[in-house]
Design a protein around this ligand. Structure first.
Ligand SMILES: O=C(O)CCC(=O)C(=O)O
Ligand SMILES: [Fe+2]
Length: 375
């Protein structure tokens, strides 16, 4: 078993990944234009067949069976509270999803972001389309991950921006309306990045690796904000706002902007509705963190449902490592109790990982790129 292990160095890149690299949406215009859902909802009550998911009828929603996802008090983590650290470790291992309270992000930063995002989505279609996605990438106003005419569509629109690295920002996608929006996005992104790094420090303590080693992977990393707008839908029980998926990212910090509920997490085959606490962030482990931790922490499938009466808004802040690092199990984690452990995942450059994962439709966790990374 030990022969294939390369503890301390980079794991070999598996050549088959290269075959999957062409063509890419990021480069050759892979994303298909689809209707604006907010407009559809405004003009007609009929929901086109392209949005209907017959499988939803068969799925089980767990009513109270598993309880709520764990709630972690970040102020306790920051002072090294052992019980809270243990709670975090178990939340990362058993759930892959948890809420954080006392996270240190000022309430007015979140409120201002909520106001500006709501303002943006309330603009006319024409105004929003000034920031429309191009066919070549995910950034901007539009929809994500649509590659074929046959694909079932999600009942939602989004504004997607890359906030870091700062020098690579594409300002054409950063709305000027409302006039405070750019500054708000900038501040919100910076505050959430701080919270994400603080969580990574606590996670590294729990994992038994030097915090610096984990943090270094995320230095000058990529942070993206996905602002989701889900209009009310007459057939809410038959559609999804975001189809089942596991985030292909490192860590995700999610905020809901209004009272409408809809996030559900898959546990033991059933869907567990998440009931967000006011002011809390919902945090989830993404595929990259699963790979880095060699599977000790797991990314979890989730989906967003929509409401039949009210619109729903959420913001996902995705925190990814630096583009120049290798995505692979951390070498320090491949040594446990002085023994070498086999890596459970292959190694790939972050750049290639992104190219591939951004070109796959959302199709549950098993349909995600992480399946190809498993050894
Ligand atoms: O809207 C939500 O609650 C979830 C959105 C989500 O999962 C995502 O944007 O990746
Ligand atoms: Fe997600």
């Amino acid at each position: 078993m030990a022969e294939n292990i390369n503890v301390g160095g980079s794991l070999p890149v598996i050549p088959t990944f290269q075959q999957q690299l062409a063509p890419t949406a990021g480069e050759v215009g892979g994303y298909l234009p689809v209707p604006n859902v907010q407009e559809l909802a405004a003009v007609s009550k009929d929901v086109s067949a392209r949005y209907i998911r017959p499988e939803r009828e068969l799925e089980q929603v767990a009513a109270g069976e598993f309880g709520q996802i764990p709630v972690i008090d970040m102020s306790k983590l920051q002072v090294g509270d052992d019980d809270e650290l243990a709670k975090l470790h178990s939340a990362c291992k058993e759930w892959g999803f948890f809420q954080v309270i006392n996270h240190g992000v000022a309430e007015q930063v979140i409120t201002k972001m909520a106001e500006d995002v709501q303002h943006f989505f309330s603009l006319s279609l024409e105004e929003k389309m000034e920031y429309a996605q191009l066919s070549t990438g995910i950034e901007g106003y539009g929809q994500a991950f649509v590659f074929s005419e046959k694909q079932t569509l999600d009942w939602g629109d989004m504004l997607y921006i890359n906030a870091t690295p700062v020098h690579e920002r594409k300002m054409r996608f950063w709305p000027r309306n409302p006039s405070s929006f750019r500054a708000t996005l900038d501040q919100y992104a910076a505050e959430l990045e701080k919270a994400a790094r603080s969580l990574l420090i606590s996670m590294s303590r729990n994992l038994g690796v030097e915090p610096e080693k984990l943090l270094n992977l995320f230095n000058d990393g990529e942070q993206s904000l996905r602002m989701n707008y889900y209009p009310p839908c007459e057939q809410a029980s038959k559609v999804t706002g975001v189809a089942p998926h596991a985030d292909g990212t490192g860590l995700t910090l999610l905020t809901r902007l209004n009272q409408a509920q809809g996030l559900q997490v898959r546990k033991e085959g059933k869907w567990v509705p998440v009931d967000p606490l006011p002011g809390a962030f919902i945090v989830n482990i993404g595929d990259i963190l699963e790979i880095i931790t060699n599977g000790e922490y797991k990314s979890i499938e989730h989906r967003a449902l929509v409401n039949d009466k009210n619109e729903r808004l959420s913001i996902a802040s995705f925190h990814d490592p630096n583009m120049d690092v290798m995505i692979e199990p951390m070498s320090d984690l491949l040594v446990k109790d002085q023994k070498k452990q086999a890596p459970n995942y292959k190694s790939i450059s972050h750049r290639d990982y992104k190219k591939i994962s951004r070109n796959m439709k959302l199709d549950g966790k098993d349909g995600g790129f992480i399946t190809h990374m498993k050894i």
